[in-house]
Design a protein around this ligand. Sequence first.
Ligand code: DHB
Length: 307
Amino acid sequence: DLSADLFGQTLTSPLLNASGVHCQTKEELNDLANTSNLGAMVTKSATLQAREGNPNPRYYDLENGSINSMGLPNLGYDFYLDYVLQEQTKPTILSVAALSAADAITLLKDLQASDYQGPTELNLSCPNIVGEPQLAYDFEATDRVLSEVFSFYTKPLGVKLPPYFDLVHFDKIAAVLNKYPLTHVNTINSIGNGLWVDVDQEQVVTKAKGGFGGLGGTMVLPTALANVRALRQRLNDSIKVLGTGGVTSGADIFAHILCGADLVSVGTQVMKEGLGTYDRLAEELKAIMAEKGYQSLADFRGKLKEL
Ligand code: DHB
C-alpha cells in the first residue's frame, strides 16, 4: 500500500513530479493528471508575468543526471491559478516564484484574496535568473520575506529550498523556518551553477550564463538525502518534508522516505524516461516493501539507522 497524505488529502502514491518537469502548459498538466502512480502534481513555478525563459539550449542530458538553465519559462501566475481553480482533477501544489521580495508579496496577496484554498509552494531557490541570488541562501532575507508573508497569508504554504552543504546552515535555515506555520519544505531544488564541459567540442553545453546551470539526477542523490534527513531532524513535526532529487529507482524512493520524506518527487529521470517512470518506480518500491515485510510507508518513514 503506497498511500500517502498531502495536507489531509489521501494520495494513491507518494510520488510527485519535480516542478519544472512536464508541467508548464495545459497539455502537460493534463498529462500529469492522467499519469498513473503520480500521487499529486506540482505546477511549473509561476511568476507574476509570463516568461519565455533563457535562450536554448537550456537543458542538457548527462550520463549521471542533467544540467539546465531554463530561466523560469512559464505562462504566468494567472494561467496556473486558473488551472488549479478550474481544470484540476488530481491533487496539485501550485508552485510560485518571485523575481523579488516585493513580487512575492504581490503574488501571495493576490492568492490570499483568490478562491484558491489548496497548497502552494514558494520557490526560494531558482538558480537561473541572471543577477538574482537564490533567496534561501540568505537566511535573514528569507526570514524577512516569510515574516511579511505570514503577516497576511493564511492558506497552506510551503517553500522550495536549495541544497545546503554545511551542518550549521541546516541549523540556521531550520531556525528561520520553524518560526512560521509552513505546511512543508520541498528539498532539494537543483544544485545551482554546476558546469559541464564537452571535451570533444571544448565547450559548454547550455547557452545562458556561460554554461553554468542547475544540476539534477543521480549525481545529486546524496545531497538530496542529506537535506531531507538534516531538515527532518531539525524542523517542527508540523512541517512536512517533500524529498526531491536523484531518484531513478524504487530503492532511491525508499531511501528518501527512510530519511524522513513524506512525499518524493522525480524530475530528471522523467525527462529521460517519460511519464511511464512513475509506474516502474511504484512497482519497484512495492517489491522492496514486500521483500522487507513493510505494509505502509509509515512502517519505515524516518527510521534510518545510524552506526
Ligand atoms: C529553474 C528553476 C528552478 O527552481 C530550478 O531548480 C531549476 C531551473 C528554471 O526555470 O530556471
